[in-house]
Design a protein around this ligand. Structure first.
Ligand code: B12
Ligand code: SF4
Length: 475
């Protein structure tokens, strides 16, 4: 639970039990919300609500969908925070504290930079809420709130079901977020997930996932796990248990799945329509530099074919701006997507998130332009690429997005999705909506932040950019 570095906050004890709590998932920019109609379900707040003592009145707001009602007052406000939403999260901390609320920050960004986060909040939760949130609420009630609470890699087998009654966890087609595991063993250079959730895959019990599905009343799910097939024996049991429920789901997996035909078969039968794969690069040198499971284009294309032949649509996530990327990478990416008849893809500009090895490396190499987290959203260039200028990278990204999601591109993707077997109408609609929602994304990006624009910087000076101790030193 507590990491032993707590220092008390001067907040008086609460009288009575009538505690009110507001949970907030901030948008990135209150003046420019993402309203393109395609957004995945919110699960963080339903999970936090389920861990809250039952006598606390809980409300929740996902700021991407709804505005915060500042006319109400709350004793406690819990704000979840990613790097891209840190600027807004810190702004909200100020607004709520000015209204007398006690504010708690949690999530991946405060976990990586707790010393920065505590400058804005009354307390910071480092790691996962299971194992410390109940104690925090109790400390608050007793007037002995500490500044830091820490809970690393809690056992999920007895975690309560997320609360589905807050009205914030459903999106397009009534899709509901579902979590089965946390953790990832791969520890990629540009990703914070292994440090955050740990290298071991921890899982909820199969029976509780089934119960969660049944109680949600939905037939469509987005599984939030970073690798839903990363623990094959668990995945086999899970997929067998999901099959009779007749649901459809999308999730994320390692491309290694192609090597396990039985698991692929079970995955499809359990209702999987689309899997997102962290392909990252379509160049052999890029794959090799990232030490991906497949080290050549030929092997990767063969794996894609196997996955598609098993009735699962392959949605790649591609990162542009790797140190191996040159000007040719943009057209190579388009060629790869077209050759493999890929109807939807996530294309990102490489973003060195704090807490990752790539962030440390680029910092040492003095290649970071900005510590203003607002720009850390995969759509802006915040570093000096190795073989491209920042403008070339941004324009190349726009070129890929503009072409892939052009009207003729969308028509092609739609035709490919109609040809996929089995025919799943909701999957076809998924592709259509995804494509339409991404059609104008390349026009919504911000320019390269000006390093001299100190007024834009809302974040801490470099000496506060202290990373959590590495996983190995905590265990
Ligand atoms: C689903 C998801 C989304 C969804 C929904 C987000 C949400 N808030 O639920 C959507 C699609 C909106 C989204 C968007 C983005 N996402 Co996202 N997302 C995820 C994903 C896959 C799962 C999150 C989830 O629901 N987990 C399940 C819940 C239960 O876990 P949790 O959120 O970690 O919460 C636990 C703890 O963190 C902690 N906690 C969290 N918040 C709080 C708050 C308090 C008060 C307390 C006490 C505790 C606490 O307690 C919880 C229970 O243990 C994660 C990957 C991951 N494994 O986390 C990426 C991830 C969080 N996203 C990421 C990114 C980069 C983005 C985007 C910038 C992508 C983009 N280009 O647009 C945007 C930014 C959003 C914005 N508004 O601009 C990165 C964040 C990296 C970083 N350092 O910030 C991650 C880690 C993916 C990755 N591999 O890099 N995302
Ligand atoms: S990018 Fe994916 S595979 Fe790599 S560490 Fe992050 S979650 Fe794991």
């Amino acid at each position: 639970m507590d990491g032993g570095k707590r220092s008390a906050n001067a907040i008086p004890p609460r009288q009575g039990d009538d505690l009110t709590l507001l949970l907030v998932s901030p948008c990135r920019d209150a003046g420019r919300k993402i309203t393109n109609g395609f957004k995945f379900s919110q699960l963080t707040l339903p999970v936090l609500a389920s861990l809250t003592p039952p006598d606390v009145e809980v409300r929740a707001v996902d700021e991407d969908f709804a505005d915060i009602d500042f006319s109400r007052s709350y004793d406690l406000v819990g704000i979840t925070c990613m790097t891209a939403t840190a600027r807004r999260a810190y702004q909200l901390c100020g607004l709520f504290r000015a209204r007398g609320s006690t504010v708690i920050l949690g999530g991946i960004h405060p976990t990586v930079l707790p010393q920065e986060a505590i400058q804005h909040a009354d307390a910071v939760v480092i790691g996962e809420a299971e194992g410390c949130w109940g104690a925090l609420v109790d400390d608050f009630r007793r007037g002995r709130l500490q500044k830091f609470y820490q809970s690393l890699y809690p056992d999920l087998s007895h975690a309560p079901l997320p609360r589905r009654d807050l009205g914030i966890d459903r999106t397009v087609f009534n899709t509901v977020g579902l979590e089965t595991t946390r953790g990832c063993p791969y520890n990629c250079e540009f990703c914070s997930v292994t440090d955050f959730y740990g290298p071991q895959i921890r899982h909820r019990s199969v029976s509780s996932v089934v119960e969660d599905v049944k109680r949600s009343g939905s037939k469509l799910f987005m599984i939030t796990d970073d690798n839903v097939t990363g623990h094959p024996s668990y995945s086999r049991s899970l997929f067998r248990a999901l099959e009779p429920l007749g649901i459809t789901w999308v999730g994320q997996s390692s491309i290694k799945l192609a090597q396990d035909r039985e698991l692929l078969e079970l995955c499809r039968k359990s209702g999987c329509g689309v899997l997102f794969f962290g392909l990252e690069s379509v160049s052999t040198s890029g794959m090799q530099s990232l030490r991906k499971s497949y080290q050549s284009i030929e092997e990767t294309e063969e794996a894609i074919r196997i996955i598609q032949d098993h009735g699962i649509a392959f949605h790649p996530s591609i990162v542009l701006g790797l140190d191996t990327d040159t000007k040719g990478i943009f057209d190579d990416t388009l060629g790869f997507l077209s050759r493999n008849r890929i109807p939807s893809a996530t294309v990102n500009i490489m973003t060195p998130y704090p807490g990752t090895r790539v962030y440390q490396r680029l910092k040492v190499e003095q290649r970071l332009f900005s510590n203003d987290w607002y720009y850390y959203n995969h759509k802006c260039v915040v570093f000096k690429p190795k073989h491209l200028t920042p403008d070339e990278l941004r324009e190349g990204y726009q070129h890929v997005m503009k072409n892939f999601y052009s009207l003729s591109g969308i028509a092609r993707h739609f035709a490919w999705s109609l040809g996929m077997t089995p025919v799943i109408p909701k999957r076809i609609l998924f592709f259509l909506l995804w494509n339409i929602a991404h059609r104008t994304l390349h026009t919504q990006i911000d320019g390269v932040p000006d390093p001299s624009d100190s007024a834009a910087a809302t974040t801490a000076p470099p000496d506060l950019l202290i990373r959590q101790p590495p996983v190995s030193s905590i265990l």
